[in-house]
Design a protein around this ligand. Sequence first.
Ligand SMILES: Nc1ncnc2c1ncn2[C@@H]1O[C@H](COP(=O)(O)OP(=O)(O)O)[C@@H](O)[C@H]1O
Ligand SMILES: [Mg+2]
Length: 364
Amino acid sequence: MAAAPIETVLLFGGRSAEHEVSILSARSVLDAAPSQRIRLTPICIAKDGRFVAPERSASILLGGEKSDRGDDDFSFEAWSRDANPDIVFPLIHGTDGEDGALQGYLEILGLPYVGSAVAASAVGMDKAHMKYAFAAAKLPLVEYVAVLEYEWRSDRERIVRSVNNALRLPYFVKPANGGSSVGVTKVKNDEDLAVAIDKAFRFDEKVLVERGIDAREIEVSVLGNDAPEASVPGEIVAGREFYDYEDKYVENKSSLVIPAKLPKEKVEEFRRHAVTAFKAIGASGFARVDFFLERGTNRLYINEINTIPGFTNISMYPKLWEATELKYSRLIERLIELGLERSKRRAARDETAMKWFEEVKSLT
Ligand SMILES: Nc1ncnc2c1ncn2[C@@H]1O[C@H](COP(=O)(O)OP(=O)(O)O)[C@@H](O)[C@H]1O
Ligand SMILES: [Mg+2]
């Protein structure tokens, strides 16, 4: 007898600039998931941050409805208690989806979910904390200076001096908790630095200034829990001066080269570093690790990790797995299995803790 399908909530949308991308990712998953194995119930988080009931969520996913506002009379908590799904697949990028907040909420509700848990999600979202974790794992980082808003407000000159001392032009200025290149500026002369920092502070209270490097952009997909594996590397060839928001979502002139054209030993270096990065932040399930390969020196630097990577059937993450002989439909299934595996172990640990607690109580 065939096993019953895994009841899976497909969470999509969210409040970030990547709301529309999330809809595309979720639509691809809905189309490709093997229906005998996985039964999907789509649930949207509207742009106002509130949940949408399953029926209207499904029609948002099919393109028939707008997703500006949630449903006033729908409670996700009450619904999930009643429906009792096996697992949630959160495919929401950026703020409130990828940064651990949503993962914490699902923990509180006692719902298993796909992907990284709270701490790894939070570290993977904050580019400063991410760098601390990468540095501890001895991964090669681009030189940078981190700036806090109150420091910037109290002594701009000092910050500008420390940037000038630490780095060479051009600089890249970016909000620490960004995504989709929002608020990222390439600074080519010193006069433009302050404006770029001011701009980045519109999006966050922490800003990073990095040495801008002339580099190829190489990305690797990682999959797994305790023994994560790396895909072949792929390359993003930006259509504009750098891979900015316009390039990602408006002009679409950038292209993916899969697999990236690299010598064998570089391929292995990227894959090894990708797995190290995944472990460094304590990720689980999936993540895409983005690198720079500096022209001229041929040196590799780690740029960032994304714990909820773009997941349409033509996105880098699944495409890299397809090139590594793992089909999109099977990848979806594998991610759900990994999420269930993690939650089973968590439940076993909770039980151990409970028993221990009962024993201690009986002794006192
Ligand atoms: N230090 C840097 N040197 C060269 N290019 C950079 C640097 N930092 C960022 N970029 C460019 O800006 C893009 C977006 O920056 P990134 O740090 O990846 O932010 P996001 O999280 O928004 O994707 C990169 O894909 C790359 O094209
Ligand atoms: Mg990026």
